[in-house]
Design a protein around this ligand. Structure first.
Ligand SMILES: *Cc1c(COP(=O)(O)O)cnc(C)c1O
Length: 219
């Protein structure tokens, strides 16, 4: 179980082709990230801005960095020059700062809206009303440097698989409601990022298109 390349290959072989795997490399050093890079993996995920800022210059420029952790607005400017996707948009204030910094750098940043689907209080994310507020035309329609690509969420960490199924299903439903309304004519709004080491098979059953895997790859 200690070879990341073999671990990734096994996971890849056991899931549908349309599901993207983001290799979560938090706490993993650049040398081990390079092993996986050399086997062809390009999508990597980090959850701390400072760690990402330190690692990124030491690794190849064509890595697609996914930011998956809670992001403070004062850290946004440091990751905007290179980040591929910010999966953890959970406030209008954060979105506005991403847009502002992206404009400065002449970039448009792919974003996911993070929803709070777990019953655990500790997890971040929007609820439906907060998302509706953020998506109001007067709040975000003029943010031309962010591109809404879909939704992200984390289920409760529990053995109760029925509950995990239910939480992932609720994110799929949220995605569907957004897709049928605000994003009806937006083909790029297509990502449902859900599923980690302990629950990615359940997430895929419930419609995940992107899983974020750390432990099952890097140990
Ligand atoms: C750490 C982390 C993951 C990966 O977790 P594993 O259980 O190690 O696969 C996925 N998503 C987020 C947001 C994380 O912080």
């Amino acid at each position: 179980m200690s070879n990341p390349t073999d671990n990734l290959r096994k996971i890849r072989g056991s899931i549908p082709d349309h599901v993207t795997i983001v290799a979560v490399s938090k706490t993993v050093d650049p040398e081990r990230i390079m092993e996986l890079y050399n086997s062809g993996q390009r999508a990597f995920g980090e959850n701390r801005a400072q760690e990402l800022i330190t690692k990124q210059p030491r690794l190849p420029g064509d890595i697609e960095w996914h930011f998956i952790g809670h992001l403070q607005t004062n850290k946004v400017k440091n990751i905007i020059p290179f980040v591929h996707m910010i999966q953890s948009v959970d406030s209008l204030k954060l979105l506005a700062e991403i847009n502002r910094q992206a404009e400065k750098h002449g970039r448009t940043i792919d974003c996911l809206l993070q929803f709070h689907i777990a019953t655990e209080e500790t997890k971040f994310g929007l609820d439906w009303e907060e998302a509706q507020f953020l998506l109001k035309p007067e709040n975000s329609a003029e943010m031309t440097h962010v591109r809404f690509r879909g939704v992200m969420g984390m289920a409760t960490f529990t053995e109760d698989t029925t509950r995990v199924h239910r939480e992932f299903r609720s994110l799929k439903e949220i995605f569907g409601r957004l897709k049928n309304t605000r994003f009806r004519d937006h083909d790029e709004f297509s990502v449902i990022s859900m599923g980690m080491t302990s629950d990615y098979l359940i997430a895929i059953e419930e419609g995940s298109t992107m899983i974020r895997i750390g432990t099952a790859i890097f140990g």
